[in-house]
Write a protein that binds this ligand. Structure first.
Ligand SMILES: Nc1ncnc2c1ncn2[C@@H]1O[C@H](COP(=O)(O)OP(=O)(O)OP(=O)(O)O)[C@@H](O)[C@H]1O
Ligand SMILES: [Mg+2]
Length: 247
């Protein structure tokens, strides 16, 4: 039975997409069957994996225009591309009775065919994110240790408790983790420590350091394990994955 994990933070540019791709690729290399789904109208994940000319995407599938289909990318790794039109999902589906469960309906038939489904959420808490939270088993929240980082985090945690009360009582948080971490910057280190103290149960031990390779890999259509297997980016994601597997 697949575990569905949503990578979400209302704040933009914190490493949601980078983490979805690299956690997914790392899990696939470890032998798990993984499906990545791009739920962001910016389609960074889709573009970064060179799938932006695909005929099928998650938006058309959510609208019922065609069957849900994941495209094989690497051994054990398949992707459902996103589409810019996802930005009109709220408007198009907002009045439907089962609007929060459309993604869940698509994923239910594939749950016994894979081990992990990773959802790359947009930096917003609209209907598409609600669909992700409604079907997810858990959430991973990437966070940049910088001023105001907690503002976005608190909004996410608030939404999670609302979703737990109504749409998805079993939704849990697998962890908050720091990305683009630069331990040499005192302010970042102190901010990270403050967040760790505030949410001791939630913050993961491993951090993802700021490193050039993680920014470069998507420009070549690659994940960090194929682009720079010996880089600190690959090491950091490998260790983070090991920790996530214990949650
Ligand atoms: N650890 C890192 N080191 C260096 N660059 C990084 C790291 N993580 C992410 N980046 C770069 O930072 C930018 C933002 O990352 P990413 O797209 O993963 O964030 P996001 O949270 O998905 O953003 P959005 O909210 O816009 O969807 C990208 O250019 C990415 O390549
Ligand atoms: Mg993104």
């Amino acid at each position: 039975m697949a575990k569905i994990i949503a990578l979400s933070n209302q704040k933009g540019g914190v490493g949601k997409t980078t983490s979805t791709v690299n956690i997914g690729a790392g899990l696939a290399r470890a032998g798990h069957k993984v499906v990545l789904i791009d739920l962001d109208p910016q389609i960074n994940l889709t573009r970064g994996l060179r799938l932006d000319h695909s005929e099928n995407n998650i938006y058309g599938a959510l609208l019922g225009e065609y069957a849900f289909r994941a495209q094989p990318l690497q051994p054990n790794l398949a992707v459902v591309p996103g589409a810019p039109a996802l930005s009109s999902f709220d408007k198009v589906k907002g009045d439907e009775l089962d609007r929060e469960y459309l993604l869940k309906d698509l994923l239910t038939p594939i749950l016994d065919k894979c081990d992990f489904i990773l959802l790359d959420c947009p930096p917003a808490l609209g209907l598409i994110t609600l669909n992700a939270y409604a079907c997810a088993d858990s959430l991973l929240i990437p966070l940049e240790a910088q001023l105001y980082a907690t503002d976005g985090l608190e909004k996410v945690l608030e939404l999670v408790s609302r979703v737990q009360r109504r749409l998805n009582p079993t939704l849990k948080i697998d962890g908050i983790f720091f990305t683009r971490f630069d331990g040499r910057k005192i302010l970042r280190r102190e901010t990270a420590e403050a967040i760790r103290e505030k949410y001791p149960e939630l913050v993961l031990r491993n951090v993802i350091r700021e490193t050039i390779g993680l920014g470069e890999a998507p420009h070549l259509g690659q994940d960090i394990f194929s682009y720079a297997p010996n880089s600190s980016g690959a090491t950091d994601y490998q260790q983070l994955i090991a920790e996530i597997l214990t949650r």
